[in-house]
Ligand binder design. Structure first.
Ligand code: NDP
Length: 248
């Protein structure tokens, strides 16, 4: 019975992702280069990243371990992938960013906390209370490879971006090399590959919803970044796509 309510909840959650996707073509997510005080009270950017991402692994782990399903090695593999990503995103990544004295709107941090609480619940609850879907082994392997490849692309791209700045520098330069020669936001492309891989390894409503939300957040943001670079740098390469090499 509860599973039925859960499925309806996740369908509504995906519908909100669709509305968010459309809205983000009209409103820029106001953090990083698009940060603006017109969204109310501001908080420290680095602290913001930690507090907005940390709820995800905590809630995910809580519902994963308090569920009723018999946990298999495949459950633990998916659990580990999720946790590796989020330990990096909530602790390691914020400690590496060079955004000295930069601020983000509290509203952004609060909305990201909300997203991470729900997304952590949806994925942790599903995995903790359901048997693993029986995908063909070829899909499981392909999904795993996609996840690892995406994680590598995401982190290498973030590494390149973070090293464009000196220690106390907060300005922007044109990133070059690696997949930056193909797209403006290879870090977002890598993140999408990760959650596509995660979804393919165990296809169900919860993992699909995470992929849908990732696409909804990152495609419009890559478009905003791309336009921002074109406006700011006259010599910005014209042959770069926004997020998907050769496509968009
Ligand atoms: P950005 O690409 O906007 O920025 C990443 C970091 O690099 C920031 O610290 C940024 O500084 C710095 N930076 C970016 N471009 C330049 C440049 N040209 N010159 C100098 N420094 C630069 O990524 P986000 O901040 O939006 O996201 C960070 C990570 O979080 C990414 O890996 C992304 O995939 C992930 N993410 C995932 C989401 C999801 O839905 N799954 C949603 C949002 C993010 P500054 O902040 O000052 O601009």
């Amino acid at each position: 019975m509860f599973q039925n309510y859960f499925n309806i909840f996740v369908l509504c959650w995906m519908a909100i992702a669709l509305i968010t996707f459309i809205s983000l073509f009209f409103i820029r997510q106001p953090y990083g280069r698009h940060s603006t005080p017109s969204f109310g009270k501001m908080i420290d950017n680095q602290l913001g990243w930690i507090i907005m991402e940390l709820p995800s692994p905590i809630v995910f782990a809580y519902f994963f371990f308090t569920g009723t399903s018999t946990l298999t090695s495949m459950h633990y593999l998916l659990f580990s992938l999720y946790m590796i990503h989020y330990i990096n995103r909530s602790i390691i990544f914020p400690l590496r960013i060079r955004t000295k004295n930069k601020k983000m709107p509290l509203l952004i941090a609060l909305s990201a906390i909300f997203f991470n609480l729900v997304n952590g619940f949806v994925n942790g609850y599903y995995l903790g209370n359901n048997a693993i879907t029986k995908e063909p082994i070829i899909l499981i392997i392909a999904g795993f490879i996609l996840f690892i490849l995406g994680f590598y692309i995401n982190n290498k791209s973030d590494h390149i971006l973070l090293h464009l700045r000196g220690k106390d520098d907060t300005g922007y330069k044109i990133p070059k090399g690696f997949l930056f020669d193909k797209v403006t936001s290879p870090n977002y492309f890598g993140e999408i590959l990760e959650w596509l891989g995660f979804c393919i390894m165990n296809i169900h409503i919860a993992s699909i919803s995470f992929l849908v939300w990732t696409l909804a957040n990152l495609i419009p943001r890559s478009r905003d970044h791309h336009q921002w670079y074109k406006d700011k740098f006259e010599n910005y390469p014209t042959d770069r796509k926004r997020i998907f090499p050769y496509i968009y």
